[in-house]
Write a protein that binds this ligand. Structure first.
Ligand SMILES: NC(=O)CC[C@H](N)C(=O)O
Length: 228
């Protein structure tokens, strides 16, 4: 039986991880739909996920065009209402471009596309996105990006650190990200973005299940609040 969570996976022109995300959510008994970014409504969903990919061909800057999609007003409204918003990789880039998360993803320090599995440490496990991991636990997750180099101005970076908004860090700095940042959340704790791909690490068939606790964390968070 499905649990009571309804999730929307937004598909932008050029998204390529929407089906992987749908598969992962369904594996956790979440009732999930792919929603076209040209639609304008997200009513009825408890969680909204922006998947990875190359929205609008990564032209201009990654995420810079996608942020103007009709669906993004509904994403902003859902964020204001306190719903869980998750951006993975290109989704993270879109959320920063939309101003829903602070900072910016720049071109990797050594320009080029990196596609490998890397070690990530859990910097804060008291969040809706990481509660099923242990504090400082190290896990292995795939990364696949050309523009994953997290940048924020010094004041923003300081605020992120002080408020526990850095959720995941790279164990080794792979792309130039300040403070090794791999994933952050907003101050309210309901909007989150990360460059690594937990949705590609949920099935033993792929040889890595370290992403499963990420999805368990989301499920537990939603069930403990809105979906009772
Ligand atoms: N896997 C992805 O989402 C790729 C993200 C983005 N297009 C980049 O190369 O940085």
């Amino acid at each position: 039986m499905m649990n009571k969570i309804r999730a929307a996976v937004i598909s932008f022109p050029g998204s390529n991880c929407d089906d992987d995300m749908l598969y992962a959510l369904q594996d956790f008994d979440i009732d999930a739909d792919i929603v076209d970014a040209r639609q304008a409504s997200l009513s009825g969903y408890n969680a909204i996920l922006l998947p990875g990919g190359f929205s609008y061909g990564d032209y201009l800057r990654t995420g810079a065009i996608a942020r103007f999609s009709p669906i993004m007003s509904a994403v902003a409204q859902a964020a204001n209402e306190g719903k869980l918003i998750v951006g993975i990789c290109n989704g993270f880039q879109i959320l920063t471009e939309a101003g829903l998360l602070p900072g910016q993803l720049l071109m990797n320090e050594r320009p080029g596309f990196i596609c490998e599995e890397v070690a990530i440490t859990v910097a804060n496990h008291q969040t809706s996105f990481s509660s099923d991991y242990a504090q400082q636990e190290t896990v292995i997750l795939p990364i696949a990006h050309g523009e994953g180099n997290y940048y924020a101005d010094p004041e923003t970076l300081e605020r992120l650190e002080q408020h526990g908004q850095v959720v995941f860090r790279y164990a080794q700095n792979v792309n130039g990200s300040l403070n090794n940042i791999a994933g952050i959340m907003n101050e309210k704790g309901n909007v989150f973005g990360m460059m690594p791909h937990p949705e590609r690490a949920v099935d033993a068939l792929t040889g890595n299940t370290d992403g499963r606790q990420f999805f368990k964390s989301i499920v537990n968070s939603i069930l403990s609040t809105v979906a009772k």
